[in-house]
Design a binder for this molecule. Structure first.
Ligand SMILES: [Zn+2]
Length: 336
């Protein structure tokens, strides 16, 4: 299969990053990643727990990233170089630079990626790594699974590689970049929501989709279609929900995915008036940290339209972008 991503009936991809402190134990940082699937009756498919530390034949490859940052790849693949590891690492570097350039901000993250090969890749899995806080200088820790002999780069690489390089990584580096903006309120588990999620996920989705458009337009089309960008902002439920969207919610996976698409369209609309770099500068210049409602007000005055009109125009952008993606026109700067 070439540059496409398929979906089972229902799939949940969860990334978590937690900092835990308990008595007599130094603080530690945990990264987890889980893919769970459900059949039509709602029953969960079996999940395989993956622990890279217990795998045989692991090797470490280190690459330079940014100014002083590094990309470390841990893998059980013995011939990774001949299967495209250098090109994989080069794409990670481009992604890193892209997020820095688009945001006008510097990332200070080291990235640790596990590329694990299996004779048969488990479809549903969980993965967790913990590091003592003083040892963990990782901004991102991710796992990607490949099948024996899969290439690690190019059109014949597996979907897992495409997802990681062209969607997950630019999205997650977007979060890392936004985390460094002290004037932006982020939801914290079990605390009241600031309702900034539409903005945060919107920026991350915009960065991710724009990167995929630069790199592989066929994937861009696929990613946009998955978010239903031609219909999401025509849906009254999503229009009601978008600016109230909280980290903790009981949304169905489909509604949650559509909200990502809706948030992206709102940010596309805003970024056509002032680029993301300037939106972020404006936020940083405020005297107090901003919650979601204040961001909505800032956007309304910046665009000169009410939120309803912005949603209407976001819907129109979704209608226009999808056929554009289907025709895969190359990106012209400033037109996203
Ligand atoms: Zn996100």
């Amino acid at each position: 299969m070439k540059y496409s991503v398929t979906f089972p009936f229902c799939i949940l991809l969860l990334f978590a990053f937690t900092l835990s402190v308990s008595a007599n134990v130094s603080p530690y940082v945990t990264f987890s990643q889980e893919i769970t699937g459900f059949d039509e009756s709602g029953a969960q498919y079996p999940t395989v727990a993956i622990n890279p530390a217990s795998l045989e034949g692991m090797r470490t490859h280190t690459f330079a990233l940014g100014q002083a940052q590094k990309l470390v790849i841990e893998t059980n693949i013995h011939d990774a170089e001949t299967r495209g590891l250098d090109k994989f690492a080069e794409t990670v570097r481009r992604c890193y630079r892209f997020v820095e350039k688009e945001s006008g901000r510097t990332l200070n993250e080291n990235i640790l990626l596990y590329i694990i090969e299996f004779p048969a890749v488990p479809e549903y899995y969980s993965f967790q790594m913990s590091f003592a806080e003083n040892e963990a200088d990782w901004g991102e820790v991710r796992l990607v699974l490949v099948q024996k002999n899969d290439p690690l780069h190019g059109p014949s690489a597996p979907e897992t590689i495409h997802e990681l390089l062209y969607d997950t990584l630019p999205h997650e580096l977007g979060h890392d970049m936004l985390n460094s903006i002290s004037n932006l309120q982020h939801d914290i588990d079990s605390k009241p929501s600031y309702h900034t999620r539409w903005f945060i996920e919107g920026v991350c989705e915009l960065l991710a989709k724009k990167f995929s458009r630069f790199e592989i337009p066929a994937l861009w089309e696929n990613f946009l279609a998955r978010r239903h960008i031609n219909t999401v902002l025509d849906n009254p439920r999503i229009r009601d929900e978008i600016f109230q969207w909280a980290q903790e919610n009981s949304n169905s996976p489909t509604l949650e995915s559509d909200l990502y698409g809706a948030a992206m369209l709102v940010l596309v609309r805003w970024s056509r008036i002032i680029g993301i770099t300037h939106i972020l500068i404006k936020i940083q210049e405020q005297e107090e940290p901003l919650a979601g409602a204040e961001l909505v007000t800032m956007m309304e005055s910046s665009i000169g339209l009410s939120r309803d009109k912005i949603l209407d125009q976001g819907h129109q952008l979704g209608l226009n972008l999808l056929p554009l993606a289907e025709n895969r026109y190359p990106l012209m700067l400033g037109q996203y």
